[in-house]
Design a protein around this ligand. Structure first.
Ligand code: ZN
Length: 125
């Protein structure tokens, strides 16, 4: 029962966020959306910078604009969904859960995020 309630809450939160990000454009109505603390403090982009604008573009079917704002989101969203499924099916699909949470997979993911973080600040991605 707890799992069903949690699933309903998460799905509802994603739907509400989806409606908000579809309706409002973070590039035009920036004061409605939280600004990245890292870029505010350092002037450098974090791995997630541009995600809100990218999600808005994706929800409008504009993949190129989404890639312009944050190309990693094009990989990150399906990956987050894959991890959500892994967590949701943790007890009934243990093999998938274990594969997704394998230490080498997680290490590769961490390295990819760190590389994205550095490269986007060097090349202005
Ligand atoms: Zn950021």
């Amino acid at each position: 029962m707890r799992k069903i309630i949690l699933t309903v809450i998460i799905v509802a939160a994603v739907l509400v966020a989806g409606v908000i990000y579809f309706t409002y454009d973070p590039s035009k109505e920036g004061n409605l959306f939280p600004r990245c603390i890292f870029v505010t403090l350092t002037g450098f982009k974090c791995p997630g910078c541009g995600s809100q604008r990218a999600i808005h573009a994706l929800l409008h079917g504009d993949i190129l604009t989404a890639a312009h704002y944050n190309a990693a989101m094009l990989v990150g969203i399906p990956l987050a969904m894959a991890y959500g499924i892994a967590e949701w099916k943790r007890t009934t699909w243990q093999r998938y859960y274990m594969a997704m949470n394998n230490r080498w997979v997680l290490m590769a993911l961490l390295v990819a995020i760190m590389l994205w973080w550095v490269l986007r600040n060097i090349f202005g991605l």
